[in-house]
Design a protein around this ligand. Structure first.
Ligand code: IPE
Length: 252
């Protein structure tokens, strides 16, 4: 079977994070075209941006179980998922939506179980499973937000992909105004104050949350790259395994 690649495209690339449910339709089209040119063997995960963070915050899902909040947050991210799936279809790919609300179980905000079998079968058949940051049932909290980054690191541990690439709206991990070519756990204390939250409403921790997920993953043996998916051409290059942006490494 072709080597699997996992790509996340962040919500700040696909949406204007400062305005409720505003998708960047042209960007979605461009990204879909880049993905279509990259061949089979891809699992795509996308963020929520202004389609989910607003609802999660409005219903205070981080603090309490709220049935209406679960429904509205999920419906919102599904609307974005549908736009991404449609963009991919128009670009000539064969996408299928995969919703974490129905396939992921959390325990205190961390993935306890996830249905990966169907995703692998989709990839085998040449489909592109399209997952997204979502709200999911949680054994402790009732429900909680599962970020696209956590989905990526869980999937990467489960399927050991050849490439794990996280497309954001910045050029990588930036310290002192420069993009770091590589980050390891030892670097974190030095750059922690610069890993601020992303612009707009964000309930899953911006670059800091992303780094925590990716360092854990790297220490489990899977390196990843954080790059700027808003720059045309970089998705294709990242999926070819080129060094774009910042490599998150596990070796000490
Ligand atoms: C957040 O997903 C999911 C919800 C708020 C429902 P992400 O954390 O992956 O989204 P982005 O990439 O930061 O927008």
């Amino acid at each position: 079977m072709t080597e699997i690649r996992v790509l996340k495209v962040g919500g700040s690339v696909l949406t204007d994070k400062t305005r409720l449910e505003s998708a960047r339709i042209e960007e979605i089209g461009r990204i879909a075209a880049e993905i279509a040119g990259c061949g089979p063997g891809l699992i795509l995960v996308h963020g929520a941006g202004s389609f989910g963070h607003f609802h999660a915050e409005r219903y205070r899902l981080a603090e309490r179980f709220d049935p209406e909040g679960v429904l509205e947050t999920h419906r919102s991210v599904v609307r974005l998922n549908d736009l991404v799936v449609e963009g991919l279809r128009r670009a000539g790919s064969s996408p299928v939506p995969v919703h974490p609300l129905s396939s992921v179980l959390l325990k205190d905000g961390r993935i306890e179980a996830m249905e990966v079998g169907p995703i692998l079968e989709m990839v085998k058949r040449g489909l592109i499973p399209v997952l997204h940051g979502d709200v999911s049932m949680d054994l402790i909290r009732g429900a909680a937000i599962v970020s696209g980054d956590q989905l990526v690191s869980h999937l990467a541990r489960a399927v050991k992909p050849g490439i794990v690439a996280l497309g954001t709206a910045v050029d990588g991990v930036i310290s002192d105004g420069k993009v770091l070519p590589m980050v390891r756990r030892a670097d974190i204390s030095r750059i922690a104050s610069e890993l601020g939250p992303s612009a707009g409403v964000d309930v899953t921790g911006g670059m800091g949350g992303k780094m925590r997920e990716l360092l854990d993953l790297a220490e489990g043996g899977v390196s990843s790259v954080i790059f700027n998916a808003s720059r045309p051409g970089l998705i294709e290059r990242a999926l070819r395994g080129e060094r774009v942006g910042t490599l998150v490494e596990g070796r000490r």
